[in-house]
Structures are given as structure tokens and as C-alpha cells.
Design a protein around this ligand. Structure first.
Ligand code: 1GP
Length: 250
């Protein structure tokens, strides 16, 4: 087993909650801000750094990942919006299958395109069931993927989807309302998924308040992913990291 998946599974077993700082690769255009965000993530002892986005609007993805890796002593994990978002500088890639959607391309097609490159680059692939959940407004990921998110108040659909994903052999579940969503995934939905699968549960989208972070961890999330709130204020990483890590005994 690869070391990043091992880290996720161990943390899950030990009840340690993890914080992932999501870096939009377009941030590579702003060297100073990128540096500050990564440095804060390391100083605040955030556990993971994710790099990726549904839509890149600038070139230089590989350089951005390389810069993040140079600046960071944390594992750097790709959260790719497309097979083009791969880089040898990363430690691992979330090998995402969009199991809430019914697009063959996003369930298996892009994976066929990406797999030989992942192997050639030698990065760890983490089989991840990605579930898009309605977060109160259309997000870039819902628009770009052209898929219908799981309704926010239907925990049973999310639980059945995650269970199917686990039967298919996926090793983590990522529930996301999308970047900048108005609402996070509902705690009741996380709890429903938790009751069905014993996989590490990653939750992202719209998380900005430390109190919300605690609630989502208490509901059963193992990894919280925060992007927009840290883009707006990189200093917020410290308070968020403390909130997530103070949940270890939950
Ligand atoms: C989006 O889960 C991530 O895919 C993070 O969302 O930018 O809203 O924190 P935010």
C-alpha cells in the first residue's frame, strides 16, 4: 500500500482528524501568496496539501506543484480536475471516480487516459469515490462535470453510493459541495456514510468556520479540505488546524 493511503487509514483507525489545505494551481501565478499559504500550512501543522482545481485558467501546473513540494514538508497530493493535472513532484494523486454522476468519462474514461502517465511518473494513486453534493448554488465542479449533485438532504443516497463504491474496491470517499459552496455537506449525510463504510471520509466545500469544522469531524469526517477560506485569509489556517486537531479524541 502507498504511504499516503496508509497515513489516511492509520489516522482513521486512531481517530486522528486531518486537515488538508487545498491550493488552486492558478495561485502559482502569485508567488508570494502561494509561499505564504504553504508556509502557514507547514507551521500550523496541517496534515496534507492538496493541489488541483476543476478548471485551470493559467499555465504552469507542474511548476506550481514543484514549488509547493519545495516549500513543504507535508505530503503533496493532487486533486485533479482533469488528466492534464498530473505531476511527478507530487507524492500521490486522488484517483477520482465521480460516483455521484453517471458520466462514463468521469467514472472510468479519464482514468484510462491518465493511468499510464501516473505509472510512468511513479506517483501513488489513491482510489477515491468522489461524490458531488448540492451546496446551494452551481459550482465550477458541477458546471464542468455536467453532473447532477446528490441532493443536500438525501443522506441515504450518499450512503448507498459510498457503499457501492466500497464494494467496487475504492479506498476513500470524498464528499464535496464544491469550491466556494454556500453550504457544507450536512453532518447527517456524513454520519449516514460513516455508518455504511469503514473508509477514510474526506469532506470539502464551503468550510470556513472552525465550529463547522468541529461539527463535521464529530459527524464522522476524517479529513477536511479547505481552499477558499484560506485563499481569502492564509492566517486562518492556524485556527482551523487547531480546531480539526482538537477533535482527536472524538
Ligand atoms: C473543493 O473541497 C474543496 O473541491 C474545497 O472547497 O474552496 O470551498 O474550501 P472550498
Amino acid at each position: 500500500m502507498g504511504s499516503v493511503l496508509h497515513l489516511l487509514e492509520n489516522a482513521r483507525k486512531e481517530g486522528r482528524k486531518l486537515l488538508a489545505v487545498l491550493i488552486d494551481p492558478d495561485l502559482g501565478q502569485d508567488a508570494e501568496r502561494l509561499e505564504r499559504t504553504v508556509q502557514n500550512a507547514c507551521m500550523a501543522k496541517a496534515d496534507l496539501i492538496f493541489v488541483g482545481g476543476s478548471l485551470l485558467t493559467s499555465a504552469g501546473f507542474d511548476q506550481c506543484v514543484g514549488r509547493v513540494k519545495d516549500l513543504s514538508d507535508r505530503p503533496v497530493i493532487l486533486f485533479p480536475g482533469s488528466p492534464a493535472q498530473l505531476s511527478a513532484h507530487a507524492d500521490a494523486v486522488l484517483f477520482l471516480s465521480l460516483i455521484s454522476g453517471r458520466s462514463a468519462e468521469l467514472l472510468i474514461g479519464h482514468h484510462v487516459t491518465a493511468a499510464p502517465t501516473v505509472k510512468a511518473l511513479g506517483i501513488e494513486a489513491i482510489p477515491t469515490g468522489y461524490m458531488l453534493v448540492d451546496g446551494g448554488k452551481p459550482t465550477t465542479v458541477s458546471y464542468v462535470s455536467q453532473t447532477v449533485p446528490i441532493p443536500h438532504d438525501k443522506p441515504g443516497i450518499a450512503a448507498a453510493t459510498a457503499l457501492a463504491g466500497s464494494y467496487l474496491g475504492l479506498r476513500t470517499v470524498y464528499m464535496d459541495t464544491g469550491s466556494g459552496a454556500l453550504r457544507t455537506v450536512a453532518p447527517a449525510m456524513i454520519t449516514a456514510v460513516r455508518s455504511q463504510v469503514d473508509l477514510p471520509i474526506i469532506v470539502g466545500g464551503g468550510i470556513s468556520e472552525v465550529r463547522t469544522a468541529r461539527t463535521l469531524c464529530e459527524a464522522g469526517a476524517d479529513v477536511l479540505v479547505v481552499g477558499t477560506a484560506f485563499e481569502q485569509d492564509p492566517e486562518h489556517i492556524f485556527a482551523m488546524s487547531e480546531a480539526v486537531h482538537s477533535g482527536h479524541s472524538i
